[in-house]
Design a protein around this ligand. Structure first.
Ligand code: URA
Length: 440
């Protein structure tokens, strides 16, 4: 498609009227936008038309292909092992990469993970890793591949040259109320995964109060679409739809999430977080053909945890990226907040509901997250929530703590945390950790 405004108008009108846009035209439209040859208002009109009318499977594939084609792709051809990537759609206390990466590497997989930073109530893997003194996330492609070949794992910042169309379109969606469309989310996520080059892709699609998708059925639909796009792109792809009706781990912040990961790798912190990490690693191993099935993969991951091989890979990984590897043995080298405030249950009862998004916002307001891209984060501050859905507590029982810069911030965060919790006089059911598995 040439980018005369007439052709673009025709394409927008077709979508507005509920028709299907030809894949070649859609590709040209997206590529023109990425080259700055199409104005924001036409892309915005198209996105809104598609948001309201929906996108066909063919259109979603074309959108994904065009976004991949808009920039560089990482060529993993010189790596010798099975290459894997995992992606979470974003949640609270959801630092699984820090555990899954080392465990997968210990099983002989090669994980190349390009990550983003946290925005809003969700945390970002890069921010968490940067709380380790010296840790660098700006790796060039050559350095990234050398490291993966040597130790099986690298986590780096995604460069601006990878899927630039998604970057521009996502920014536009953010300000035109067009983020929450399954096809747009799936093409955005999968274009980045496909450009990342891994042969096997595992998606962890979150469902619940702290996730993009509050309803499990919507998350399952997104998971299925992502898996189809991965397969269409020639990758082995699977997805788990997992619970985000409460924070996954107990610690919400940056340095504290490194602490939780290290304690999990040492086998000192059993619970939902470690459970999901083992399950995800098992699925990755099965996808890559390193285990007969996800159950065997999980048993292998448990063995790598018990033997200390996972912790050893974590040490290698931190050292390779300039971080202080002593963090695996001495958590006191992580930044520490000056104020700790205990949070106590206001009354006896069962924990019935957690607004996980609000818990993420309380941590972000302390300084653990950013409201705007250019904000600096404070690695030391955090919210800790020990209580889980379905737990019974007594009045005055400690249920968590706040790590803050000063007393006033700690007090406000404690009030915010309590406001995010709902108690019941009757016992309730804890949600399952994994709602659904979508295999490719
Ligand atoms: N994450 C992405 O990368 N893209 C979306 O559209 C939503 C979440």
């Amino acid at each position: 498609m040439t980018t005369t405004s007439l052709r673009a108008v025709d394409l927008i009108a077709r979508k507005r009227d509920g028709g299907e846009v030809d894949p070649a035209d859609l590709r040209a439209f997206v590529l023109a936008y990425a080259r700055d040859e199409l104005p924001d208002y036409q892309m915005a009109a198209f996105l809104m038309a598609g948001y309201l009318r929906g996108f066909t499977r063919r259109e979603t594939e074309a959108l994904t292909d065009a976004m991949v084609a808009s920039g560089d792709r990482l060529d993993l051809g010189r790596l010798t092992g099975p290459t894997v990537d995992k992606h979470s759609t974003g949640g609270v206390a959801d630092g699984t990469t820090l555990v899954v990466g080392p465990l997968a590497a210990a099983l002989g997989l090669q994980m190349v993970k390009l990550s983003g930073r946290g925005l809003g109530h969700t945390g970002g893997t890069l921010d968490k890793l940067e709380s380790i003194p010296g840790f660098r996330v700006g790796l060039g492609a050559g350095e990234l591949l050398d490291q993966v070949e040597r130790i099986g794992l690298a986590v780096a910042a995604q460069t601006a040259d990878l899927v630039p169309a998604d970057k521009a379109i996502y920014a536009l969606r953010d300000v035109t109320a067009t983020v929450g469309n399954t096809a747009l989310i799936a093409s955005s996520v999968m274009s980045k995964k496909l450009a990342g080059g891994a042969g096997c892709i595992l998606l962890d699609v979150k469902a619940g109060s702290g996730a993009f998708m509050h309803e499990t059925a919507d998350a399952v639909e997104l998971a299925r679409l992502c898996v189809e796009l991965g397969r269409a792109g020639g990758r082995r792809t699977a997805a788990l739809v997992t619970d985000m009706d409460q924070p996954l781990g107990e610690l919400v912040g940056n340095a504290v999430e490194v602490r939780e990961a290290v304690e999990a790798l040492r086998g000192e912190r059993p619970g939902r977080f470690l459970d999901l990490c083992l399950t995800l690693t098992g699925h990755l191993a099965a996808l890559a053909g390193a285990a007969a099935d996800p159950e065997q993969g999980r048993r292998d991951a448990e063995q790598a945890l018990r033997s200390g091989a996972g912790l050893e890979r974590f040490r290698d990984f931190v050292a390779a990226q300039g971080g202080d590897p002593r963090v695996a043995d001495d958590l006191s080298i992580l930044p520490q907040a000056p104020v700790t405030r205990e949070v106590e249950a206001p009354a006896g009862g069962w924990l019935e509901a957690v607004d996980a998004e609000e818990v993420g916002r309380v941590a972000a307001a302390l300084g653990a997250g950013r409201q705007r891209k250019e904000d600096r984060i404070d690695p030391a501050v955090a919210v800790e929530l020990d209580a889980k859905l379905g737990d019974r507590v007594e009045a005055g029982q400690p249920i968590g703590r706040i790590l803050a810069r000063d007393e006033a911030a700690a007090r406000a965060a404690a009030d915010g945390l309590l406001a995010a919790l709902r108690w019941s006089e009757r016992p309730g059911q804890a949600p399952p950790l994994v709602h659904e598995v979508v295999l490719g």
